[in-house]
Design a protein around this ligand. Structure first.
Ligand SMILES: [Zn+2]
Length: 303
């Protein structure tokens, strides 16, 4: 059983839409596709559950950045119109953010694609080579068939995808931030609807279904800034789904030890550059102090 821990759900494809096993081939390629639709990872997976579809993919990434497993990594999905490619590749369907034109994808989907590629490359021990031919380790559908896939926008970003993924593997760049909704200031006692949280950090273990309603009992300060509801669910609040706001209650968020925050920064949970600076400052931390610890730890590791 091969599966990325980044996948928050499994939407198993109908067995008539893929081949069990990889006919002796090893995994050494990634082939990103576009859905030519705006879908969640789950919606795309449901298409591959129809026994008449004759197609599948190992993974799907929704427009919101959520990742679902459709076909176990140990098996060959039918995605790229090439048996030898799909025997060697993990194939990923990526939702578009709008249909037509250059078929763009969202930033959330892009970040998830980068994170998933890094995870796959690390586990199967290869880097992404995009040379525009089927011999590279980053391949595309239109190398094997007369198709618009992966769409001109995603295709134009293949060199960037290879460079970014390889730089992260080499430790020269940190993973992009986990996509999420912006978190406005809410207080303990506010009744809110939250969006799901789909990647766990050390302090956050629970996966929350999207759009749960409850009262905020705790505000967890950190890169993800999620709210804990009285029903035990964690998630982010989207401005347009606030039910009501209790203005009299006070925030009781607690700060973490700056060494813990420094470790979170190194894991990429606080973003990069100015984005990182703003987030740390807004959460009440001393950016310069934390950056100093981060740099010390990086230097210690490189010796
Ligand atoms: Zn395709």
């Amino acid at each position: 059983m091969g599966k990325s821990t980044l996948a928050s759900t499994i939407v198993a494809s109908n067995p008539s839409n893929y081949t069990i096993g990889r006919m002796g081939y090893s995994i050494c390629k990634i082939t990103p596709h576009h859905m030519a639709s705006v879908l969640t990872a789950e919606q795309c997976g449901k298409i591959f559950q129809k026994d008449t579809r004759n197609a599948s993919a190992n993974y799907g990434i929704g427009n919101d950045g959520s990742i679902a497993l459709y076909v176990d990594e140990d098996s060959r999905a039918w995605t790229s119109s090439s048996r030898s490619n799909d025997c060697q590749a993990i194939t990923i369907e990526v939702s578009n953010s709008s249909i037509g034109g250059n078929y763009p994808i969202s930033e959330a989907a892009w970040n998830s694609l980068v994170n998933l590629c890094v995870d796959i490359c690390k586990r199967y021990n290869f880097k992404l080579l995009y040379d525009g031919t089927p011999n590279g380790s980053l391949t595309k559908h239109n190398m094997f068939a007369n198709t618009n896939c992966p769409g001109s926008y995603l295709e134009s970003k293949f060199p960037e995808l290879a460079n970014t993924v390889n730089a992260i593997i080499d430790g020269q760049q940190i993973l992009p931030e986990i996509p999420r909704q912006p978190t406005p200031n809410r207080k303990i006692g506010d009744t809110v609807k939250i969006n799901g949280i789909y990647v766990a950090s050390n302090s956050i273990k629970k996966l929350t279904p999207a759009r749960t309603t409850g009262t905020i009992t705790k505000i967890i300060v950190g890169a993800l800034n999620p709210y804990l509801l009285d029903n035990g669910d964690l998630g982010w609040v989207n401005d347009n789904v606030i039910i009501n706001s209790n203005e009299t209650s006070t925030s009781m968020s607690t700060k973490k030890d700056i060494n813990i925050i420094a470790d979170e920064v190194r894991k990429g949970l606080w973003g990069n550059g100015n984005d990182r600076k703003n987030k740390l400052t807004n959460a009440g931390y001393d950016y310069n102090k934390i950056q100093k610890i981060v740099n010390q730890k990086l230097n210690a590791n490189s010796k």
